[in-house]
Every structure is written in structure tokens, then in C-alpha cells.
Design a protein around this ligand. Structure first.
Ligand code: FDA
Length: 498
């Protein structure tokens, strides 16, 4: 009801002129907590943090434009939330004291597939599961190369790159974006042409929250065969995991790009998880000639359609395609993650030491995603995502603790292990994946004029974007020189002539 608008809340009064009051929440609204917590994905961010003063749940572009104009007029910043999976929760909380509003795109989530032209318009508030489901329903042999977890939001995922089991065949989610609708810091509604080529380049992987609010993305769908083959082969250290893993590093990035084999390394087991775009009959000879060390055979194969592989791989063999529409996520554990890129094979003796780290009390896990193929053949400056030719694989480190716990021991394990890994991974800069956000890599410093500093941002920015960081800062300088859209790791503006 309109009664939530108090006389001294001029931001809310401004919003109320353009946005129905049932789409606006203050901290005293009865459903404030349930609306905010609905897309919190890490219980450690439920307490002891700065929460928004307002939540806005727009249903259309005009609401979003009004929110920006009211925000600027009243010096209230917006944090944009699509699926809420940000590893540091920056879409709905602030690390520092700040008065801000969350613009939650949960109601902006339609997916319009045009199977005829092989394209789709996908709203940012849709989940990957909703997107894949709609593509599956459209029939035909079409798919989209994005992440594995169905609850991840399209808005954040595409903004930071986005990769999954199709990355060797089709590259990143962001590589397949061909148009977008953006609301900028002046409240303008822009498309690919009107936002200009530098900004359109920047939003496809370059920390989208720095440039405005992306409402929708037009994507190119990709071709998949009627049958794909999935396998998951766990190998323990006792059964030779160290040798197989050492070999995998050279083999996996050089396989035919129809074949993707990632590794989950946890405890004393390396699990080799694969998606092959073809039948088991076609896969067997490839495995026999290219990777005999794994000892894969026919009984490991599970054949299915691509859409069925989505729940099968992430949710387990009993999950159905409908299950990928489920937006709720278990909140039993908190987690901490970070990432690395490997450009040179790690020697066998180092893997032996790594398995020692994984055997320690409070140890976490590693996920190794092989590159090569299409993701590696795109030039480094073609998109903001620079981890291309020469990368063998991405490492994600993750550790978990029960929701009530402090996580101190688990966080210490990650940071000690990350320090140990330094000589074995990319350096100068030590690369990291923007979508696995980690504030331990560095934070912005807001300087004179209330604008984030370019040099301070380099510390984390060059890890995520290498040589593309400077061009991102110039794009930011064009579209948002006042640094209205910012967080602890947004791109600082670089204004030419300054
Ligand atoms: P969220 O809403 O938290 O947004 C993330 C960031 O993007 C924030 O800074 C936010 O402000 C900004 N943003 C969001 N929507 C925006 C919009 N419309 N316009 C502008 N800025 C916007 N990654 C991957 O590549 N492959 C994978 O398989 C997985 N798997 C995975 C599993 C799980 C369980 C988690 C928690 C995360 C992943 N990820 C991943 C990482 C994921 O891609 C990353 O966290 C995305 O940024 C999440 O996007 P959301 O929209 O959900 O996050």
C-alpha cells in the first residue's frame, strides 16, 4: 500500500510516482526480509553486513528507468540483482556502510525462443534453468553454452562471461550475445547500436554492473546432435588418480571440441565428468586413442538428449527436466571460492603434494575446467574475457562450512592453498575468473570526487581482464563518468584527457 511512503523519504516518493507501490519495499515492509533473502545464495551474507534500505522489483523497462532517475536525484545508488549468485553477494549487500537500494529483476524473466532463426531474447532475471527449459521446449537440436547450475541468473552470468560443458565447442555465454537492452546512468534505454560498440563490448563479460542495467540479451543458439553422451568416472589416488590427472592436463585441452572432460578433485578422488556431442559408439574410439589412461568403456556411457543432460549432470541421475525450473537452493552451507588459470602442465610431484592439501582437516575441493577449442580460439581483445589461447584449464577452489559456523578454518585452508599454488599457475598477472568473484583479490578505492580510482582497480582488474582492463575503464568513462553504478569491484571510469 502507499502507506509505506513516509514524508521524509524523498527517494521513495520519487519512485512512487512511476512504480506501483506493491513493487517497492522498505526495511519496515512485512515482506522485506523474504523478498531480499529469496535470492541470497550463501548464508554467510544473511547477517553482519550492510543491507539495502529499499528493494525495487520492477516489471518493465520504464520502472527501471525511473529507479535510475530517482536514484541519481536523491543520491541513492542501486545494486542490481538477477539470480543473486554473486560469490561476494555484491548484488544485494555492501561490504562498506552505504545507503543503497536493490533493484531485483526477479519479475523481468521472460525467454522468447525463435527456433526458426536460431536466436532467443532472454531477460536478465531469468535463471539458466528457465532459459535451457525454454530452448528444450522449442524442440529441434538447439542448445546454449552457459553454466551448469540451473539457479544462476542470466544477468550476472552473461555480464561476467559464463561457461559450462559446451565451452570447448561454442565458447562463453557472452561470446554468443548478439544484442542487448541496457538502461544507462542517465536513465536512457539503449540497444547495441545506441549504446555504442565500446559499451556493447564491455557488457559481454566485463563486469556488467559497472555500465548500467542490462534488461535483456539477444543470443545465438547453437546446434547439438539428437544424442549426447555423459560419463562420470571417479579415480582414487590408490587407483592411479595422480597419473591420470597429470596426463589429463595435456590431453583435455587438445581433444576434439565435441568432447569436454572436467575434473572434480575432492578428498583422495578425481572424478572425470564428461559431455560428448555424439553417441557412445562414436566416443569410445576417441577415448581409446586419446585418453586410454582413464580406462573408459561402454558401461560408463549414458546417452540422452542435451536438455536431459542439464539436470542429469548438475542435479543427479534421478532429476527431471522440470527440476531445472526450481529456483530454491539449499542454504545448509556457506562457502568461499577463488580461481586460477593454468598455462603450463603441473608436474606429477606437485599433484602428489596437492592431494596432501586435500587430505587436511577442513579441506575444500577443486574443479578443473579444460579450455582449448572455441573458447581458446577467440582473440584476447575480442571480448573483455582474456583467458583464451594458451590457457590449459581453469581451477575453481571452493570450501564449505555449516551455515552457523565461522568458516575461519575453511577460509584459511583456501588462502594457504592459494598461496601454495602460486608457482604452478598463471602469473603477471595471476589470472582469475570474474564470475568467481573474490574480494580478497582487491577492492576499489573511492578517491577525490567520489569516483573509484583507476590505479587501485588495476590490482584486481588485471587479474580478471588482463590487458582489457584499460579499455573497460575507458568504456566506463564514456557511459558512466560519475561512477554512479559501482560496487567494491566495479570498473572505475577512465576519462580521456584527464
Ligand atoms: P547476481 O544477481 O548476484 O549478480 C552478479 C553480479 O552481476 C553483481 O555485481 C550484479 O550487480 C551484476 N548484475 C546482475 N544482474 C545484472 C544486470 N541485469 N545488469 C547489470 N549487472 C547485473 N559460473 C560459470 O561461468 N559457470 C558455472 O557453471 C557456474 N556455476 C555456479 C554455481 C553456483 C552454485 C554459483 C553460486 C555460481 C556459479 N557460477 C558459475 C558463477 C556465476 O556465473 C556468477 O556468480 C554470476 O555472476 C551469477 O549471476 P547472478 O545473476 O545469479 O548473480
Amino acid at each position: 500500500s502507499a502507506s509505506i511512503v513516509s514524508a521524509d523519504d524523498s527517494f521513495l516518493q520519487c519512485l512512487s510516482a512511476s512504480i506501483p507501490s506493491q513493487l517497492l519495499y522498505t526495511q519496515s515492509s512485512p515482506s522485506y526480509t523474504s523478498v531480499l533473502d529469496a535470492a541470497v545464495r550463501n548464508p554467510k551474507f544473511l547477517t553482519n553486513t550492510t543491507r539495502p534500505v529499499w528493494i525495487i522489483t520492477p516489471t518493465n523497462a520504464s520502472h527501471v528507468q525511473a529507479a535510475v532517475l530517482c536514484g541519481r536525484r536523491n543520491s541513492v545508488r542501486l545494486r542490481i540483482r538477477s539470480g543473486g549468485h554473486d560469490y561476494e553477494g555484491l548484488s544485494y549487500r555492501s561490504e562498506r556502510p552505504e545507503v543503497f537500494a536493490v533493484l531485483d529483476l526477479v519479475n523481468v524473466r521472460s525467454v522468447r525462443v525463435d527456433a526458426q532463426s536460431g536466436t532467443a531474447w532472454v531477460d536478465s532475471g531469468a535463471t539458466l534453468g528457465e532459459m535451457y527449459y525454454a530452448i528444450g521446449k522449442a524442440g529441434g537440436q538447439i542448445a546454449f553454452p552457459g553454466g551448469l547450475c540451473p539457479t544462476v541468473g542470466v544477468g550476472g552470468h552473461f555480464s561476467g562471461g559464463g561457461f559450462g560443458m559446451l565451452l570447448r565447442k561454442y565458447g562463453l555465454a557472452a561470446d554468443n550475445v548478439i544484442d542487448a537492452v541496457l538502461v544507462d546512468a542517465k536513465g536512457r534505454l539503449l540497444d547495441k547500436n545506441s549504446m555504442g560498440s565500446d559499451v556493447f563490448w564491455a557488457i559481454r563479460g566485463g563486469a556488467g554492473e559497472s555500465f548500467g542495467i542490462v534488461l535483456s540479451w539477444k543470443v545465438k543458439l547453437v546446434a547439438v546432435p539428437p544424442t549426447v553422451t555423459v560419463f562420470n568416472i571417479p579415480v582414487t589416488v590408490n587407483k592411479g588418480a595422480i597419473d591420470v590427472l597429470t596426463r589429463w592436463q595435456a590431453v583435455a585441452p587438445a581433444l576434439p571440441d565435441d568432447l569436454f572432460i572436467r575434473v572434480l578433485v575432492q578428498g583422495q578422488t578425481a572424478s572425470f565428468q564428461s559431455l560428448y556431442l555424439g553417441t557412445c559408439d562414436a566416443l569410445l574410439p576417441v577415448m581409446r586413442s586419446r585418453f586410454p589412461e582413464l580406462g573408459m568403456n561402454r558401461s560408463d556411457c549414458k546417452e540422452m538428449t542435451w536438455i536431459k543432460s542439464v539436470p542429469y549432470i548438475y542435479l543427479g541421475s534421478s532429476a527431471t527436466v522440470e527440476d531445472i525450473l526450481n529456483r530454491t537452493i539449499s542454504m545448509d552451507t556457506s562457502n568461499k571460492a577463488t580461481s586460477d588459470y593454468v598455462r603450463q602442465v603441473i608436474p606429477k610431484d606437485v599433484w602428489t603434494t596437492i592431494f596432501g592439501w586435500l587430505a587436511r582437516p577442513n579441506a575444500g575441493l577443486m574443479i578443473l575446467d579444460p579450455y582449448g577449442g572455441q573458447i581458446g580460439s577467440v582473440p584476447e581483445s575480442a571480448t573483455p574475457f582474456p583467458h583464451r589461447g594458451g590457457v590449459l584449464y581453469n581451477i575453481q577452489y571452493m570450501n564449505f562450512w555449516s551455515a552457523g559456523g565461522s568458516g575461519d578454518a575453511q577460509r584459511a585452508w583456501i588462502s594457504d592453498f592459494y598461496a601454495f599454488m602460486a608457482p604452478h599457475v598463471s602469473s603477471s598477472p595471476r589470472e582469475a575468473y570474474a564470475n568467481y568473484r573474490d574480494l580478497d583479490l582487491g577492492e576499489n578505492v573511492v578517491g577525490a570526487g567520489g569516483v573509484s580510482g583507476y590505479d587501485a582497480g588495476k590490482v584486481w582488474g588485471e587479474k580478471y581482464f588482463r590487458g582489457n582492463y584499460q579499455r573497460l575503464a575507458m568504456a566506463k568513462g564514456q557511459i558512466d563518468p560519475d561512477d554512479y553504478f559501482r560496487n567494491e569491484q566495479s570498473i572505475p571510469p577512465l576519462v580521456s584527457g584527464k
